[in-house]
Design a protein around this ligand. Structure first.
Ligand SMILES: C[S@@+](CC[C@H](N)C(=O)[O-])C[C@H]1O[C@@H](n2cnc3c(N)ncnc32)[C@H](O)[C@@H]1O
Length: 291
């Protein structure tokens, strides 16, 4: 059994982590950090003229709640839900792909990449499409470790090929691109809000950053995307504290939440990878996301 098989079973098998647990109990995503995130997504849907949002890997549906409050219609997709044959509207996958199990490999002392097994010891030599993927996207040498993004690419392509004219899909995740892969990979676990060893026993979330460039699509940082969509961490003027203290406090709290979403070393450093189904929609999405 490779680590990927063990990862799959630990998260999604019978009694697996995501069969029992609520994501918010273990880690904090943009959706948990602030309703401002969902409001920005709603603004984007409005600018694209899309009344429906499909939320893939919706967790406990926190994003959908904000979007419905903003008047949008929302389809939450979670484990065991089938993706509709056609996806129209704005498709969002926030921190889904990092949880799509993938092969983890390590180059041996001769520079040969080997699959890691469930106990993270080296096993068979990497071959076939996994090897081609590594050569194209994540070359390494003796002692390096990598996560083969092919399973994420395939999961995302399965979404993209369903888009109908006018639709836009955005994968939002922490990740890296070829010019800056982490030499020892990023495989890790989360339990009760703390990072932990990625034990594939169902007791913790297991995650690895996403190779954003191999997904295909246009990449920008969450910081740039949210700023283009009108999120600002500017503090309200102090004078407001004297004239309208309640409004001042509310705007101050909003600015704090915005700062967390925009923080370049935190959520703001996430990548947004977007794809639109047709040329006219590409132009609309470019205008909306590139301020
Ligand atoms: C890290 S959580 C993110 C939840 C939410 N999007 C958020 O931002 O808080 C990843 C979610 O993806 C879901 N998931 C994993 N594989 C999936 C699949 N094939 N189809 C739909 N949901 C999936 C998991 O059950 C989990 O709820």
């Amino acid at each position: 059994m490779t680590f990927r098989d063990a990862w799959q079973r630990a998260l999604y098998g019978p009694g697996g982590f995501y069969r029992r647990e609520r994501p918010a109990a273990h880690f904090r995503t943009s959706v948990h950090a602030s309703a401002l995130f969902g409001q920005a997504i709603a603004r984007l849907a409005g600018q694209l003229g899309l009344p429906t949002v499909v939320d893939i890997g919706a967790g406990s549906g926190e994003l959908g709640k904000v979007l419905r409050d903003e008047g949008l219609s929302v389809l939450d997709i979670e484990l065991d839900d089938d993706l509709p044959a056609q996806l129209s509207g704005l498709v969002i996958a926030n921190e889904w792909l990092d949880n799509v199990p993938c092969e983890v490999v390590e180059w041996d002392e001769d520079g040969v990449p080997r699959y890691l097994l469930a106990d993270l010891t080296p096993g068979p030599v990497v071959h076939g499409n996994d090897l081609l993927w590594l050569e194209q996207w994540w070359p390494g040498g003796p002692g390096d470790r990598a996560e083969v993004g092919r399973a994420r690419d395939e999961a995302w392509q399965d979404v993209i090929r369903r888009l109908t004219d006018g639709a836009v899909a955005i994968a939002i995740d922490y990740g890296h691109v070829r010019s800056g892969r982490p030499p020892y990979g990023t495989l890790t676990g989360f339990r009760d809000g703390r990072e932990c060893s990625p034990d594939p026993d169902g007791s913790c979330d297991i995650t690895a950053h996403v190779a954003l460039d191999s997904l295909g699509g246009t990449i920008l940082s969450q910081r740039d995307a949210l700023r283009a969509l009108g999120i600002s961490a500017s503090r309200p003027p102090l004078a407001l504290a004297h004239t309208e203290p309640l409004r001042y406090l509310s705007e101050l709290s909003s600015a704090g939440e915005a700062a967390e979403l925009l923080d370049p070393s935190g959520l703001g450093g996430f990548g947004w990878v977007w794809t639109a189904a047709d040329a006219a929609t590409v132009r609309r999405a470019s205008r909306a996301l590139c301020a």
